[in-house]
Design a protein. Structure first.
Length: 287
């Protein structure tokens, strides 16, 4: 029979009592554990705010006018200006036809003049002849057959805007390389002086030559010869009653050729004296 064994009790162990937990320390530790990852949340919030800020700046920059890529401002059409009325042709005033040129041999006796309103009778010439200056500018000077017939075949008459041009061949007025007026030339100037005496405007006398060197010892060049011939014609017109204050004389030598200096006929055409009668527009000169 087994007898029960008994153990001897060991020494008693002294245990210290466990103090109760400090509530403040426990709360701090829990708070530290809870706030350990809060910095990441704050950082993400900051990045979100910065991104939003830059997006707003970019959108504002895109909306500013005058920047690259900005939408152009709307174009507003200006009101149309009133168009001027189309030009209309002005009526042309009626110009009476000039009386026809009547030959001296077939002329009829003068008719009775109409009484003047003041009571005085105004004599009417039996043979009125007119030389008109055109109002419109022609492309080139054209001869006037009526005046040419009156003044004779020795004078070539042409009209241009504002002037009548009378040209006389130098062989009719002068001998070669001379500025002394011939008898036939004096008769031609007599016919010209009939109506140049009554013209109130300026009369220019132009002397022209060809391009051949002068062989006379009296004049050194064509300039002196053309100037002397123009002065001779001007002096002859003054002697025939043309007012001296209306005359101008100029020598042009061969600077304004009329024909071809390479041919004898062209050189003969270039040797001439021209009388330029300056007139107002629409003015008529009675021949």
């Amino acid at each position: 029979m087994i007898s029960p064994s008994y153990s001897r009790p060991g020494p008693a162990v002294k245990t210290s009592p466990v103090p109760p937990p400090d509530p403040w320390q426990t709360a701090q530790s829990e708070t530290a554990q809870d706030t350990a990852g809060n910095w990441l949340l704050s950082y993400s919030d900051l990045m979100t705010l910065l991104f939003t800020f830059f997006v707003v700046l970019f959108a504002y920059q895109k909306a500013l006018p005058g920047k690259a890529g900005a939408a152009p401002p709307p174009v507003v059409a200006a009101p149309a200006l009133p168009q001027p009325p189309p030009p209309t042709a002005r009526p042309i005033a009626h110009v009476p036809e000039p009386p026809p040129v009547v030959d001296d041999a077939a002329s009829s006796p003068p008719s009775a003049a109409a009484p003047d309103p003041t009571g005085n009778e105004t004599p009417v010439p039996a043979e009125p002849r007119w030389l008109s200056v055109p109002d419109a500018a022609p492309s080139e000077a054209r001869p006037d057959s009526g005046a040419d017939a009156l003044l004779g075949g020795d004078i070539e008459v042409s009209t241009a805007p504002g002037q009548v041009r009378l040209e006389i061949g130098a062989s009719i007025l002068f001998d070669p390389a001379s500025a002394d007026l011939k008898a036939d030339g004096g008769a031609v100037l007599d016919r010209l002086a009939r109506w140049l005496r009554g013209h109130p405007g300026t009369l220019a006398v132009e002397g022209h030559t060809d391009n051949q060197p002068i062989a006379s010892g009296r004049y050194r060049s064509n300039w002196e010869l053309s100037s002397a011939r123009a002065s001779t014609v001007a002096r002859a017109l003054i002697e025939r009653g043309v007012p001296a204050e209306h005359l101008r004389a100029v020598g042009l030598a061969d600077t304004q050729p009329k024909g071809d200096n390479l041919t004898p006929q062209g050189r003969a055409d270039n040797r001439r004296v021209a009388l330029v009668v300056f007139m107002e527009r629409g003015e008529e000169v009675r021949l």
